[in-house]
Write a protein that binds this ligand. Structure first.
Ligand SMILES: [Fe+2]
Length: 387
């Protein structure tokens, strides 16, 4: 798994990240800098109820032409389509997404369809036929997990076919990500823990991916350090703005990492149980991460030894094997400490569905970047252990 002298890679990133308390309220300046004058906010119903998007929209004055507040967890191609109609009707010239991965990915999907026409499912996975640039997009995350604000990736569900569609293109990078710790304080403890574990999964999977490279690894390792230190503090005291801010940075840099190195078996399994049984993305990843690490252990001891070091559990004198095992055990304990759900059976996955989940995992796109190839019997065993 170590780098070889044949290593060759390109590293891409979004253009601008702004961090700071109340920085979201300064979004108008970013809209101006991108030449926008008719901003449409894309957000979800839960946030509408606590009036967060309205507050941000208020700072934009006349430059905000409307709020599309219909995003749901696991956004869908039909929701993207509805958003596109609203954007056209209002002649929006810039999108401001406010929310978790679903809202940000919905805005990414809307930008694709606004440019290319038709429906979003025509453009999987690499936006064939779409030439840039797309409508500008400013992302303001209100969770600290998906990292969508900093990735060229979008995941949108086709609810009719019970499938998650993956999109990957540099055109999907938002132009600006605004990281405002205040925007994440409304998250309750379970959502904080599960979205945080999504970020942890991005970092850990990135480090052992077949696409790994040193810049992404550096970002991922620092993300693991920050999450290990600050995520428990965020869960314990949601008003701790220092911890919230550092966790937000961690999620964004883990996004920068996996946007380049991509994920692996944990995300592959998580996407399948999410699509089939509605298990929220963060919860699925948090549950499956220690199990996926166990599946991969022999294929990437050196990568997991780095994870152990970043989590502070690599003791002096440990062999690489011992350190890798310490990382797997530490990850399991970490999720327990967070009060994170532990078993698939707790979240509505039936035992008789595991075989179909294992088979679907083997053709899920993330599996192709996993350090150990997909093996049907072993993937099924892993899911059974997680059940
Ligand atoms: Fe994820």
């Amino acid at each position: 798994m170590a780098y070889t002298k044949e290593l060759s890679f390109g590293h891409r990133n979004l253009a601008r990240i702004l961090f700071g308390e109340n920085s979201a309220l300064d979004v108008g300046r970013q809209v101006d800098s991108l030449g926008g004058s008719r901003a449409l906010i894309v957000t979800d119903e839960g946030l509408m109820n606590i009036e967060l998007p309205q507050r941000v929209g208020g700072t934009l004055g006349d430059k905000c032409v409307g709020i599309f507040g219909k995003v749901q967890p696991d956004s869908g191609v039909h929701i993207v389509q509805e958003g596109v109609e609203v954007a056209k009707e209002l002649h929006a010239d810039i999108l401001v997404s406010i929310g978790g991965g679903s809202s940000i990915d919905t805005a990414k999907g809307m930008a694709v369809v606004l440019k290319g026409g038709g429906k979003l499912s025509d453009y999987t996975p690499t936006l064939p036929g779409v030439e840039g640039p797309l409508i500008p997009h400013i992302a303001i995350p209100t969770t600290a997990g998906s990292g969508s604000e900093s990735t060229p990736v979008a995941v949108v569900k086709d609810h009719e076919r019970q499938e998650k569609l993956l999109f990957l293109s540099d055109l999907l990078f938002p132009q600006v990500a605004i990281l405002d710790p205040q925007m994440t304080v409304s998250m309750p403890p379970l959502l904080t823990a599960s979205t945080g574990m999504d970020a942890m999964s991005h970092a850990v999977e990135g480090i052992v991916s077949t696409n790994r490279e040193p810049i992404a690894d550096a970002l991922a390792l620092h993300a693991i350090k920050l999450i290990t230190e600050y995520l428990p503090q965020c869960v314990e005291n949601g008003d701790d703005l220092l911890a919230r801010g550092q966790q937000l940075v961690a999620a964004t840099i883990a996004g920068m990492a996996f946007g380049n190195s991509l994920c692996g078996i944990v995300h592959a399994m998580a996407h399948i149980v999410g699509a089939k049984y509605g298990v929220p993305h963060g919860i699925a990843n948090g549950m499956l991460l220690p199990h996926g690490m166990r599946y991969n252990l022999d294929a990437c001891r050196d990568g997991y030894a780095l994870v152990a070091q970043a989590m502070g559990v690599r003791e002096k004198g440990m062999s690489q094997q011992q350190a890798a095992e310490a990382a797997v055990n530490a990850m399991r304990q970490f999720t327990r400490k967070l009060g994170h759900p532990q078993r698939l059976r707790e979240v509505g996955v039936p035992q008789e569905g595991l075989e179909a989940c294992a088979a679907a995992t083997l053709i899920e796109p993330d599996i192709f970047f996993n350090p150990r190839p997909g093996d049907l019997a072993e993937v099924l065993k892993t899911l059974q252990e997680a059940w």
